[in-house]
Design a protein. Structure first.
Length: 201
């Protein structure tokens, strides 16, 4: 919640050009997605909705989920401003079955999402539950080695994988390093096998 307005105002998210029609999706995910005209997409951990709206602009029917009520409120306002027909749901994704029943052609999530999740078995079950039998899971994420380094990428500070929570205090945000925001956070480092094995199961 505390980061939402800072992120919307940041150069990183380029909200001004997004509102004019620029897509927030990058080449990697666009190539993986292909033609999604008419397909149903479930976007997990959507933040304030830029990617969700970009998916809808590509012709998809989009449902997007995030547990930040402030981010979801902003996403709904941005959708109205851009005339994007996206359904936004505010909940913890582990509790999504209490809010949603249908299945989707594509389940999508990208960039810095799973590090906030302690239980990837439960996460993979959510992905599986909401994906149609011949559906796709489109997942773009940084390699786990990235999360081993300190914030300046000068030394290795964290383990490749962590079963215990990592507690830290951070000033600023990835979108605005100079932001006047200092807060505690809790995250987990998940190795490649920790991600792929639950999805395979």
């Amino acid at each position: 919640n505390n980061k939402t307005e800072i992120h919307i105002a940041s150069d990183f998210y380029d909200q001004t050009n997004f509102l004019k029609g620029k897509s927030s999706l990058k080449g990697i995910e666009l190539e993986l997605l292909g033609n999604i005209q008419g397909k149903s997409v479930l976007h997990l951990q959507c933040h304030f909705g830029q990617d969700s709206i970009s998916l809808q602009r590509m012709g998809a029917q989009v449902t997007a989920v995030d547990f930040s009520d402030k981010a979801i409120d902003c996403a709904r306002k941005i959708a109205i401003e851009t005339q994007a027909d996206v359904r936004f749901i505010c909940c913890n994704i582990y509790e999504l079955p209490q809010h949603l029943t249908e299945t989707f052609d594509i389940v999508f999530t990208s960039y810095g999402t799973i590090g906030w999740l302690p239980d990837l078995d439960a996460w993979a079950s959510i992905v599986s539950q909401f994906m149609k039998p011949q559906g796709q899971f489109i997942f773009v994420e940084f390699h786990p080695v990235v999360w081993m380094y300190d914030d300046d990428f000068t030394s290795v500070k964290y383990p490749y994988r962590s079963t215990e929570a990592i507690h830290e205090t951070y000033t600023g945000t990835y979108a605005d390093q100079g932001a006047e925001l200092t807060q505690d956070y809790v995250m987990w480092n998940h190795g490649i096998s920790d991600v792929l094995s639950p999805l395979i199961r």
